[in-house]
Design a protein around this ligand. Structure first.
Ligand code: ZN
Ligand code: ZN
Length: 127
């Protein structure tokens, strides 16, 4: 079980089950919305209980991005699959979460290099 919240605390969540491993997404949308690349864990949608008001932005035809309208924290990415992606930085305690790789490496910003030894995964491998 894991808990997390936005920066101001207006939105919090409880994950009543295991978290999937964390992937770093370098896609343009994650970079624009988070300010850098995004580290995302995920969990089965029905196991995530959200308290407070999340504002959902339809960032593409297939997905919505959930954020706190008060403090601006990026919290969720809700796509077509059965899982809800959760920005790993919003976890209160991330001891059970582990970064396993990168996705959308080809879209990364030119201002940084990916310097760890973790693989660049295809999107479906990361799911
Ligand atoms: Zn907030
Ligand atoms: Zn992304």
């Amino acid at each position: 079980m894991s808990t997390g919240s936005c920066l101001c605390g207006a939105v919090s969540y409880l994950v009543r089950g295991p978290l999937f491993p964390v992937v770093a997404c370098h896609c343009t949308q994650c970079r624009k919305s988070s300010g850098h690349f995004a580290a995302l864990t995920s969990a089965a949608r029905e196991l995530v209980l959200i308290s407070g008001e999340v504002t959902w932005y339809p960032s593409s035809e297939i997905a919505n991005r959930g954020f706190c309208a008060t403090c601006g924290s990026s919290l969720f990415w809700d796509g077509p699959g059965p899982d809800l992606s959760i920005h790993a930085g919003t976890l209160d305690d991330s001891e059970d979460a582990e970064l396993i790789g990168h996705i959308f490496c080809a879209e990364k910003g030119a201002y940084y290099e990916i310097t760890d030894d973790l693989p660049c995964l295809e999107y479906n491998e990361a799911e």
